[in-house]
Design a protein around this ligand. Structure first.
Ligand code: SF4
Ligand code: SF4
Ligand code: SF4
Length: 272
C-alpha cells in the first residue's frame, strides 16, 4: 500500500481544496470540479505506479477535455489567460481566477509544471504529433512569450478602458478563436521545428507565471549521482531539453520540466 501514498496524497490535497471552496463560496460546483480533477490525477498516478504506458496521456485527456469542453464550451468560462485577466479586472473570484491560482500561480510551488504535463488542453493535442523528442536544437526565441503575455493583457484592458458592452460574450468568442489559434500555431511550429512542444517553449504566455513559480517547486526530478553512469539517455528523451542530471535549481531549462517522467522511465540505472 505504501507505494500508493502519492495518489492518496494528491487526492487528499484536491479534496481539501474542493471542500474548502465549496463551504467558503457556498457553491457545490467547486466540490464537483476539484474532486473530478483530483480523482483524474490520482487515477493517472496509480496507473503510472503500475507502469501503464499511457498513464499520463489518460490524465491529460480526462482533465484537458473537461476544461476545454465542459468549462469552456458548455459553461462558457474563458479558461485562457484572457479569462484570467477578465475575471481579475471584474474582481470576481470564479473558475478562471481559481484555476490560475491553483494550477498556474501557487500550485507550481508544490508540483512545478505538472499542469503542462498532465492537464493542459493545448498540449493534450500537441502531444499526439510525431515529434515527442525534439529533433532540432532549441532556439533562442523564448522572448516571444512575453509579447504574447503583454498582448493578452492589453486586449482585455482595452475592452475595459473602451467600456465595450457585453464583454462576457466577447470573452466566450475570444476563448474559441484563441484556442483555434493556439492549436494552429502549435501544430505549425511542431512541424516547422520538429518539436511537439515548440509552442510551450517559445509562445505560450502562461509560462510567464509558470516558469518563475516552478523554480521553487517542491516536487522535482532529482538524480542519484551514485547510481548514474552518465549515459545521457535521460536528456536525450526529455521533450523540454532539461539538463536532467544536474540537481541544481539553476540547471539548464530546469523551469521547463513538465514532470512527464520520460527520463525516469528511460534511465537504465534507476537513478532518477
Ligand atoms: S506551456 Fe502553455 S501550452 Fe504548453 S502545456 Fe504549459 S500551459 Fe499548455
Ligand atoms: S523528461 Fe524528465 S526532466 Fe524532461 S520534462 Fe520530463 S520529467 Fe522533466
Ligand atoms: S539516464 Fe540515468 S544513468 Fe543515464 S545519465 Fe540519466 S540519470 Fe544517469
Amino acid at each position: 500500500m505504501k507505494k500508493y501514498m502519492l495518489p492518496v496524497m494528491m487526492l487528499a490535497v484536491f479534496e481539501i481544496i474542493a471542500v474548502t471552496l465549496w463551504l467558503t463560496k457556498g457553491n457545490i460546483f467547486y466540490l464537483f470540479n476539484f474532486s473530478y480533477i483530483g480523482c483524474s490525477i490520482a487515477l493517472g498516478t496509480t496507473l503510472f505506479i503500475r507502469e501503464y504506458k499511457y498513464a499520463r496521456r489518460i490524465v491529460q485527456l480526462l482533465v484537458g477535455c473537461y476544461m476545454l469542453v465542459y468549462l469552456g464550451l458548455i459553461c462558457r468560462e474563458n479558461m485562457q489567460i484572457e479569462g484570467f485577466w477578465y475575471y481579475l479586472f471584474t474582481g470576481v473570484f470564479e473558475a478562471a481566477t481559481i484555476h490560475y491560482a491553483v494550477a498556474k500561480i501557487f500550485g507550481p510551488l508544490l508540483f512545478g509544471r505538472g499542469w503542462c504535463g498532465y492537464a493542459c488542453w493545448t498540449a493534450m493535442v500537441l502531444d499526439f504529433l510525431p515529434y515527442k523528442v525534439p529533433q532540432k536544437p532549441r532556439k533562442g526565441i523564448g522572448w516571444i512569450r512575453y509579447i504574447a503575455f503583454a498582448a493578452s493583457l492589453a486586449f482585455v484592458a482595452a475592452l475595459f478602458l473602451a467600456h465595450v458592452g457585453n464583454i462576457e460574450r466577447i470573452m466566450f468568442w475570444a476563448f474559441i478563436i484563441g484556442n483555434i489559434l493556439y492549436y494552429a500555431v502549435g501544430i505549425a511550429l511542431a512541424f516547422a521545428f520538429k518539436d511537439n512542444r515548440a509552442f510551450c517553449k517559445y509562445i505560450c504566455p502562461v509560462t510567464v507565471f509558470l516558469k518563475p513559480m516552478s523554480y521553487f517547486s517542491v516536487v522535482r526530478i532529482k538524480c542519484d549521482r551514485s547510481k548514474c553512469v552518465s549515459c545521457g539517455k535521460c536528456s536525450r528523451v526529455c521533450p523540454m531539453d532539461v539538463d536532467v542530471t544536474d540537481n541544481s535549481r539553476k540547471r539548464r531549462n530546469g523551469t521547463e520540466c513538465i514532470l512527464c517522467m520520460e527520463c525516469v522511465k528511460n534511465c537504465p540505472k534507476g537513478a532518477l
